[in-house]
Design a protein around this ligand. Structure first.
Ligand code: RIB
Length: 330
């Protein structure tokens, strides 16, 4: 495989001149540029991405670190990132961290060595010191979804608190008299804001008690177990807001096993807007997040930072949408 030295020799110029032509920086006269281009074509030379990275130039690659690619919410984010990256000539490396801090840190180390041009991170284990360290290493970074708000990089997520209030208000509007909440892991800012939105919507009702909030761990089996725990304590609940759709799907199965009818006995609403909610029986109402738009915006912000060299630290909160289906139609 031809190297940059072979190109320089054939074109009769220095390696530095070839590098200036490749990276379009510094002056090269037209005649020399044409000689180099001809040599590249004749030798079928492909610049080595890692070598370009070592030279501190763009490698044309960005990384996306997601916490759980088995959850149907995240592929929509990846699709949005990939479509924008491709439009700008970037390749995307997808990493799945299982929300495990040590996996995320080893990915960052690997990506730093691979000289990716930037990283999009949907994770809650990234601390402010990690962000500062990546800024020091001059690795452009954008965090999204469950990542904590940061002062030194841009953050993109949905309006989780507002979405939770929307869900609870919808249950109240259809006549629910006692509403419960199945919540996600509270170390995740997304789950925390949804719980807050639920609590602040129901705190003033005489029937409210903290035991109406049950953990479902953002998982289907968690939702199934949580709804049984809930009904053991509160068999008179007639509305449930689940912090994500996977828990709502699990809760639907659990209610069926308990012989509880949805929506006649209990109205049920989720959060995310994954397509699974369209094939359950009954179809599930949900608060849809713009996951594709979150991914595409994250890629746009990151690529602008890479290409301009100007870092921004902005919080983007995207609107969510109430999708009403049979599980809350009374
Ligand atoms: O379903 C997974 C959840 O984790 C989503 O609600 C998303 O916002 C992330 O926080």
């Amino acid at each position: 495989m031809a190297t940059i030295r072979d190109v320089a020799k054939l074109a009769g110029v220095s390696v530095a001149t070839v590098s200036r032509v490749l990276n379009k920086n510094g002056y090269v006269n037209k005649d020399t540029e044409q000689k180099v281009a001809k040599a590249i074509e004749q030798l079928n030379y492909e610049p080595n991405a890692v070598a370009r990275g070592l030279a501190g130039k763009q490698t044309g690659t960005i990384a996306l670190i997601l916490p759980d690619i088995a959850n149907p919410f995240f592929p929509g984010i990846a699709r949005g990132v990939e479509d924008v990256a491709q439009k700008h000539g970037f390749t995307v490396i997808l990493c799945n961290s299982d929300d495990q801090g040590h996996k995320e840190k080893s990915y960052i180390e690997m990506l730093r060595k691979k000289y990716v041009d930037g990283i999009i991170f949907a994770s809650n284990t990234l601390g402010q010191d990690d962000v500062e360290q990546m800024n020091k290493n001059n690795i452009p970074l954008v965090v999204l979804d469950r990542a904590p708000t940061s002062q030194s990089c841009s953050v993109i997520r949905s309006r989780n608190y507002k979405g939770a209030k929307l869900a609870v208000q919808h249950l109240l509007d259809i006549g629910c008299k006692k509403i419960a909440h199945l919540y996600g892991p509270q170390e995740l800012i997304t789950a925390k804001k949804r719980m807050l939105g639920y609590e602040e919507s129901v705190l003033h009702f005489p029937w409210y008690t903290p035991s109406l909030m049950v953990p479902g761990h953002f998982k289907m089996d968690g939702g199934l177990a949580a709804v049984k725990e809930l009904f053991a304590k509160h068999p008179d609940v007639d509305g449930i807001f689940c912090g994500n759709d996977l828990m709502a799907v699990g809760a639907l199965k659990g209610l069926h096993q308990l012989g509880v009818r949805v929506p006649d006995d209990v109205a049920l609403i989720g959060f995310d807007g994954i397509s699974l909610t369209e094939i359950t029986q009954p179809e599930l109402s949900t608060i849809a997040q713009p996951n594709y738009d979150m991914g595409s915006l994250a890629a746009k912000v990151l690529i602008e930072t890479i290409e301009s060299g100007v870092k921004e630290a902005k919080l983007y909160e995207l609107d969510v949408e109430l999708i009403v289906r049979d599980s809350t139609k009374r």
